[in-house]
Write a protein that binds this ligand. Structure first.
Ligand code: NDP
Length: 321
């Protein structure tokens, strides 16, 4: 498709650690005669109007002088925002997708119910052929506190609500969601923590939220569950201080932790977390962007934008998410 005389409009794919060739194939099917190119193809960077990125290399944005939007395969854009050559005057669209939300909710619900029903404790007892009857409180008497009440936090809250848990949330601005007690801002953080048994982190990683899962935070959680409070991190490794998690798990400040993300990934073999029995590690698999829904989502956004419509789900650079 050629516009404005000799000026071409193109979509450039710049994806690392995923099957870029296959994404290109699917985009070409979805976009028809709108040109889709990859690094290494023969094209003039000035013709690129949209770049679809995941883990971009240092030169990713070089020469893209006519860019209209950066399309982020990731729902979280913290790494992309740290790219030194990211054009700050070009809007960035992030991925929001029911399939992605559902997968994250699956992870959160699995971890919350596992800890709530003491399955980890009973697995250890089974191995030791030990019969000890512990009765967890009803879901309604157990409080799950969700940090981050955006797309993912709200999705998880709906499903946990249906399971009968008592819910509270913490966000930057006040959020009113039926059946969820809302807390907002730094001023209400301690009150939020003080009534939380199971802390679920679904925040974006920003300078404000970096390292928020630390010893002080853990020591403010409610101590009602047998074994102590629980933390579940499905967001970013940068949110957690792993030395603090290890210390809190060892001294009982935390009863258990479920971690999908880490300060350094893959988690180094020498990390103490591997050996702590009440630390449940998964290798950043909670939710992955789906090719089929991703291509459909971004193709629609590109076509609409080319037709003059506003971009949606645009990242606010000043907030960092
Ligand atoms: P959203 O932008 O929709 O929601 C973010 C929420 O966090 C909002 O409620 C926001 O508050 C709140 N928040 C942001 N900053 C602060 C702060 N300083 N203090 C308190 N609350 C704050 O994000 P999503 O729900 O779509 O995604 C959240 C994160 O999950 C992503 O940024 C990404 O890093 C991570 N993720 C991880 C995946 C994985 O596989 N590990 C997969 C997908 C996402 P407010 O409502 O006031 O704006």
């Amino acid at each position: 498709m050629v516009f404005e005389g000799t000026i071409h409009h193109m979509l450039l794919l710049h994806l690392s650690d995923v099957d870029e060739a296959n994404w290109a194939l699917k985009f070409r099917e979805a976009l028809g005669d709108y040109p889709v190119v990859r690094r290494g193809d023969d094209f003039d960077p000035a013709d690129i109007r949209y770049i679809f990125v995941w883990k971009p290399k240092p030169d990713a944005f070089d020469g893209l002088t006519n860019l209209k939007a950066v399309l982020s395969l990731g729902a979280g854009v913290d790494a992309l925002l740290r790219h030194p050559k990211l054009p700050r005057d070009v809007p960035m669209v992030r991925f929001i997708d029911e399939d992605l939300s559902q997968k994250m909710t699956d992870y959160v619900v699995a971890q919350v119910t596992m800890h709530h029903r003491l399955f980890t404790r009973y697995q250890a007892d089974q191995k030791a052929r030990r019969w000890v009857q512990l009765y967890p409180p009803a879901a309604s008497e157990s409080v799950v506190g969700i940090m981050g009440m955006g797309v993912l936090g709200q999705h998880a809250a709906e499903r946990l609500k249906a399971l009968g848990f008592t819910l509270r949330s913490w966000s930057r601005s006040p959020r009113s969601v039926e059946g969820v007690e809302g807390f907002a801002g730094e001023a209400q953080f301690d009150a939020f923590l003080g009534g939380t048994d199971i802390l679920v982190n679904l925040l974006p990683l920003t300078p404000e939220t970096q390292g928020i899962l630390n010893y002080e935070t853990f020591s403010k959680l409610r101590r009602k569950l047998d074994g102590g409070p629980v933390v579940v991190n499905g967001a970013r490794g940068g949110h957690q201080k792993e030395a603090d998690i290890a210390r809190a798990l060892r001294d009982g400040t935390l009863g258990a932790a479920s971690l999908d993300v880490f300060e350094v990934e893959p988690l180094p073999a020498e990390s103490p977390l591997w050996d702590i029995p009440n630390c449940y590690i998964t290798p950043h698999i909670a939710a992955i962007s789906n090719e089929r829904t991703g291509v459909s989502y971004f193709s629609r956004i590109l076509k609409d934008h080319e037709a003059g419509k506003q971009l949606v789900n645009v990242v606010d650079f000043s907030r960092g998410y």
